[in-house]
Design a protein around this ligand. Structure first.
Ligand code: AHG
Ligand code: MN
Ligand code: MN
Length: 334
């Protein structure tokens, strides 16, 4: 029988001198949260969780009922264990310090509890994204400032994908491994060891309806992909996909390669792209880079950005190495 996720993490922990088991404990709480979310997402209309919550988050997006429910699940599962000092989420304006009745720990957790939530009512794949950072030493009353660490400082990043099967994909900086939830026994089993992104691809993902707002380098790249093997195009033809759930797109890229772009656009003044750095772009970058892919804003490596705000947005171009490097090259030439 293949090993389950907790066994996998404990075996990894044994190879780290001085490891206390704290991280394993935290991950086990995150796994519990993801299983609970999988259950709610899967039951859907049967338990009345579809539709709008009638509220807005700090980014002015209408919250779905499940945005709020999954945020609560993540907090409940992770606040009591003694591994965290604070959490931050897409669905909370400010950070969530661990309440006084629980012990505090040495980690910070950021998460997008339900990614792709516009897909929930139409029964298309959604996911959860999370990132674990170390809490700066001696901080007992954390502030948002403590979360503003570059992605290179992440201890662990992962996502759960609630698709035809539920999967959890994870990195601690030693490659990427994928686990599939066996509902019969309630365990995530190692099914996708050492996931690697092929360097070349013939598949791109971008929301084409934003085309008129893109900058010249992305215009050029996509135009060439669309032309394919015709004059002014490329040496190969391309296929396009857009699920509108970043987790599903990244999972496809980890499985068979591809390039995903939510680039800089001038659709709304002051918004540099759509995706958020701390709980979408950074964790996905850590995973993609660990699988041999590349992640850039077009101008800088995403994981080296110094964050300036909890809900800061960044342009994202990620996936198969040779294609992302081509787009980055077009930015340099522009
Ligand atoms: P969220 O549901 O957490 O707000 O994230 C949705 C994100 C991302 O998952 C997806 O790639 C993108 O928004 C889709 O955006 P469009 O609706 O503009 O295509
Ligand atoms: Mn999201
Ligand atoms: Mn979300």
């Amino acid at each position: 029988m293949s090993k389950n996720l907790v066994q996998f993490i404990i075996e990894e922990q044994r190879q780290l001198p001085g490891a206390t088991g704290d991280f394993t404990g935290l991950l086990s709480d995150i796994i519990t949260a993801c299983k609970q979310i999988a259950h709610s997402v899967n039951k859907g209309a049967l338990i009345g969780v579809l539709g709008s919550a009638g509220s807005e988050n700090i980014q002015g997006e209408t919250q779905k009922k499940l945005d709020v429910i999954t945020n609560d699940i993540f907090i409940e599962a992770n606040q009591w264990g003694g591994h965290l000092t604070a959490m931050a989420s897409e669905e909370m304006d400010d950070i969530y310090p661990i309440p006084a009745q629980y012990p505090k720990g040495k980690y910070l957790l950021t998460f997008d509890p339900l990614d792709g939530s516009s897909n929930i009512d139409v029964n298309i794949s959604v996911g959860t994204i999370f990132s674990i950072l170390r809490c700066p030493e001696e901080v007992t009353n954390p502030t948002a400032e403590d979360f503003l660490q570059p992605g290179t400082k992440q201890v662990c990043a992962g996502y759960a994908l609630y698709g035809p099967s539920t999967m959890l994909v994870l990195t601690t900086g030693h490659g990427v491994n994928g686990f599939t939830l066996n509902n019969d026994i309630g365990e995530f089993m190692l099914t996708h060891p050492n996931m690697c992104i092929p360097a070349d691809t013939q598949e791109f993902a971008i929301n084409m309806s934003n085309q008129r707002f893109w900058e010249a380098p992305v215009q050029r790249y996509v135009e060439e992909c669309v032309k394919g093997k015709t004059p002014g195009g490329r040496e190969k033809n391309f296929n396009m996909r857009w699920v509108a759930s970043m987790v599903a797109e990244v999972h496809r890229i980890l499985t068979r390669g591809g390039i995903f772009m939510y680039p800089f656009d001038n659709k709304e003044v002051g918004k540099a792209g759509k995706l958020r750095l701390l709980y979408e772009a950074n964790p996905m970058s850590f995973i993609v880079e660990q699988a041999g892919g590349v992640c850039s804003t077009g101008r800088e490596r995403i994981m080296e950005l110094k964050p300036t705000g909890l809900h800061q947005r960044v342009p994202v171009i990620l996936g198969s190495k040779n294609e992302v490097e081509r787009v980055v090259g077009y930015h340099k030439g522009a």
